[in-house]
Design a protein around this ligand. Structure first.
Ligand SMILES: NC(=O)c1ccc[n+]([C@@H]2O[C@H](COP(=O)([O-])OP(=O)(O)OC[C@H]3O[C@@H](n4cnc5c(N)ncnc54)[C@H](O)[C@@H]3O)[C@@H](O)[C@H]2O)c1
Length: 323
């Protein structure tokens, strides 16, 4: 299949691209290579993909609508895997405007650029779009089910993702793109983002720095290993659905104290902790009900967090990414 992967230089987009290339798909990676985190990490991801004959890459900003349209017209993707975004809840509290710009308008630019393909390909490309479990906020009963309203987001990041979901529905409704929206829950693993907790806390443990813990470490997160997420994403690409929103989580929330204790034993070093109250952008728990993903996609998250964090730490060590 000819697949446009947006965010291909990022954490999940690069892992997805690799799996698609290895099974013989043709991938055009699109990414603006922004410096939200160390750009050398994104360059490493691309270096991993470039040897594949089926891979090509364009440095394009989703916010540049004509440039996006040009790429889509010349590649004519049969499927669009949309992962490019400004991610991260906390950064969105400090920089709200960019989240509307990239996650809402940028997604519209992408979908709008794909509209002419409905005529030229004879059928619209299938779209699989990465959203987030943080759209459920703090008032949704656990485990989170896809039919919950998700209309009380706690920060600009989940609000922008929910707006993106709604906009994608309107494009599906009017122009008939088969659309699957995947709500990821706390993805981690090798090639992970340096702003996320497993990486931050590993760095702080190793440097003997105090790590900041919200609400005494009682917050629970449904950590989901990257290979499980990628397997779910590939199934969604292979099985176009009319319009569905589907959780991709692990379904086993773990509190932050436990994550720290696993990291302490993996690094062989104790953490120094500073407890502070959780900010209003942080829900007490994220917890995916993955029944729908199992049923519609054959999704089967296999990796317990102890094992996934072990793979992550082994990778950080092998790549010499921490002192
Ligand atoms: N990692 C998680 O825990 C998690 C959880 C829920 C949802 N998600 C979603 O999954 C997707 C991938 O997340 P990730 O963790 O790989 O993040 P990432 O930051 O590593 O990847 C996103 C990529 O998008 C690119 N990008 C950002 N703005 C762009 C723009 N204007 N034009 C083109 N490219 C742009 C970035 O350069 C980056 O390479 C995102 O949509 C994110 O919201 C991730």
């Amino acid at each position: 299949m000819r697949i446009l992967v947006t965010g291909a230089a990022g954490f999940v987009g690069s892992r997805l691209s690799k799996v698609l290339l290895e099974r013989g798909d043709q991938v055009l990676g699109l990414d603006n290579l922004n410096d939200y985190y160390d750009l050398s990490l994104k360059e490493r991801h691309l270096a991993d993909l470039r040897p594949h004959p089926g891979f090509s890459f364009t440095k394009t900003d989703l916010c540049d609508a004509p440039a996006v349209a040009k790429q889509i017209a010349s590649f004519a993707p049969q499927a669009i895997a949309h992962l490019a975004a400004m991610a991260a809840v906390r950064y969105s509290v400090q920089h709200p405007l960019i989240y509307g710009h990239v996650n809402v308008q940028g997604t519209m630019n992408l979908l709008d650029a794909a509209r002419p393909l409905c005529d030229s390909l004879g059928s619209p490309p299938r779209c699989v779009i990465a959203s987030t479990g943080s759209v459920y906020g703090s008032s949704t009963p656990v485990p989170f089910k896809e039919d919950a309203p998700a209309d009380r987001p706690l920060a600009p990041y989940p609000a922008s993702k929910r707006a993106m979901e709604l906009m994608a529905h309107s494009y599906h409704h009017l122009w008939h793109f088969p659309t699957t929206i995947l709500r990821f829950f706390n993805v981690y693993g090798p090639h992970g983002r340096p702003d996320m907790m497993p990486w931050q806390w590993s760095a702080q443990i190793l440097k003997d720095q105090e790590l900041t813990l919200y609400d005494g470490g009682k917050l629970k997160r449904d950590w989901t290993y990257v290979d499980d997420i990628v397997a779910g994403f590939v199934s969604a690409l292979d099985k176009p659905l009319d319009f569905e929103i589907i959780n991709l989580g692990c379904g086993r929330p773990v509190d932050n104290l436990q994550i720290i204790s696993i990291l302490e034993s993996l690094w062989g070093k104790k953490a120094r902790r500073k407890d502070i109250p959780a900010p209003p952008s942080e829900p007490k728990i994220t917890y995916a009900d993955v029944t729908k993903a199992r049923k519609l996609l054959g999704y089967d998250p296999k990796t317990p967090v102890e094992q996934g964090l072990k793979h992550f730490v082994t990778w950080l060590q092998a790549e010499h990414l921490l002192p």
